[in-house]
Design a binder for this molecule. Structure first.
Ligand code: ADP
Ligand code: MG
Length: 287
């Protein structure tokens, strides 16, 4: 009866929109007590929109958008797409960058119209020996991106992202199943706190670089916790593989899907709770 019950569990999973890599996944799903949630693209839609533009000194808004948009056009990050699309909508066609480099968790750098341009978090500018724009200090609870070129901060762009419908319900259901929800993000603390408050999470790890997401999962495991991780990004792949159970958003990147044990096909976080319930019921049937 054992293989039959597992097959039924797997088949029921497919109906719910859960793809399971193998029957052994059910056992890890049953045991988890902590669920680490990536913010952008997992708890939030990841469909960001360009909002406000602040310029420093004599910089023109048009030039800021043209140079930042041109560089971000070469990146697939949700923040980059918002900047590139918003810039193109406001200033028209964007030039092609002469050089481009992605700096994971921090932003992008490259050359546009002969200028060395940086777009990203304050830390990206600091690491290049630049002072971040003072406008950043006045922005809280929104994702803010600094823009600099030729050694000087030139302005700030803000992008907004919305919490997904169903995220708060998903967090409540996961909690009801005995899992402690945790928010893990590379974004700033104030943004993380605003999202966490909206969905009902009180344990937050913010400003975590992509390579440190794995370390965060390991630290929780070292505390004796059995960790499920839900993520969508290239940045989340290693953490998904390290977690006791990796759940990938089907709407996310191939890297995340390959690293996960389970895929939530529609990218609906509520289905993560269904997965836990299903595996517990399937295994109870076997025993
Ligand atoms: P999350 O962990 O929430 O999925 P990421 O680790 O992908 O977020 O990114 C963390 C932060 O780094 C973003 O919120 C943004 O501030 C900044 N960032 C990353 N990539 C870019 C980019 N291409 N342009 C601007 N900012 C970026
Ligand atoms: Mg993400």
């Amino acid at each position: 009866a054992t293989p039959t019950a597992l097959m039924v569990g797997t088949g029921r999973g497919a109906q719910l929109g859960i793809l399971i890599k193998g029957p052994e996944v059910l056992e890890s799903t049953r045991k988890v007590d902590t669920v680490v949630l990536d913010k952008t693209g997992t708890v939030t839609t990841g469909r960001m929109r360009l909002q406000d533009v602040y310029v420093t000194g004599s910089t023109s808004e048009e030039e800021l958008l043209r140079l930042a948009g041109a560089l971000e056009h070469a990146s697939e990050h949700p923040v980059a797409r918002a900047v590139a699309d918003g810039a193109a909508a406001r200033v028209g066609a964007l030039p092609a960058p002469e050089a481009f480099e992605n700096v994971p968790g921090l932003g992008v750098r490259g050359t546009v119209e002969g200028r060395t341009v940086l777009v990203g978090r304050a830390r990206l500018l600091e690491e290049a020996g630049m002072e971040p724009p003072s406008e950043l200090a006045g922005i809280s609870g929104r994702t803010a991106v600094a823009v600099a070129w030729d050694g000087e901060a030139r302005g700030v762009l803000t992008v907004a992202d919305a919490v997904k419908e169903g995220s708060a319900e998903a967090v409540a259901r996961l909690r009801g199943l005995g899992l402690k929800p945790v928010l893990l993000t590379g974004d700033d603390r104030a943004v993380a706190e605003a999202v966490a408050a909206e969905v009902g999470i009180d344990e937050i790890y913010a400003g975590v670089l992509p390579q440190d997401k794995v370390a965060t999962v390991r630290r929780l495991q070292a505390e004796g916790r059995r960790v499920a991780m839900v993520g969508d990004g290239v940045n989340d792949a290693a953490a998904l593989a390290t977690a006791d159970l990796g759940l990938a958003m089907g709407t996310g990147t191939d890297a995340a899907i390959e690293a996960g044990d389970l895929t939530l096909v529609r990218g609906d976080l509520r289905v993560a709770a269904d997965a836990v319930r299903l595996s517990r019921r399937t295994l109870a049937t076997i025993k």
